[in-house]
Ligand binder design. Structure first.
Ligand code: AMP
Ligand code: ZN
Length: 115
């Protein structure tokens, strides 16, 4: 955890968010600027800056975060139509908050390629 990181502060509940799910290693909350009718962020409690900072020992954690995305999609009713899971990494990848997170988006038809 870091004192100044926005998502660490949300995980610690120092900053309010609309939490939809929590478990021992992740917090899932609504994105403040949703890009789809359903848009949540799956955020590990542990501060990892980006996918590029992931270590071999983090591979299981990332797998469980993706598994959490699948479970949330099922629970929230977006799985049958389909959904998207995104990890932006680094500047050119479009990452703006430097604490690893997965976007889970659904409820509309997605376009490809992304902008
Ligand atoms: P990224 O660009 O992949 O780093 O995604 C960061 C996401 O965090 C963006 O989609 C923002 O809308 C979202 N965001 C920023 N601040 C907050 C906040 N306080 N609560 C919830 N989502 C946020
Ligand atoms: Zn953090």
């Amino acid at each position: 955890m870091t004192d100044s990181c926005l998502f660490c502060r949300i995980v610690r509940k120092e900053i309010p968010s609309r939490i939809v799910h929590e478990n021992e290693e992740a917090v899932v909350f609504e994105d403040i600027h949703p890009q789809a009718p359903f848009h949540v962020l799956i955020v590990p409690r542990r501060h990892i800056e980006s996918l590029s900072d992931m270590k071999a020992q983090d591979a299981d954690l990332i797998g469980r975060l993706v598994w959490t995305a699948q479970k949330i999609a099922q629970e929230k009713g977006i799985a049958s139509d389909g959904y998207r899971v995104v990890i932006n990494s680094g500047t050119a990848g479009g990452q703006t908050v430097l604490h690893l997170h997965l976007h889970l988006l659904g409820g509309r038809q997605m376009a490809w390629p992304p902008g």
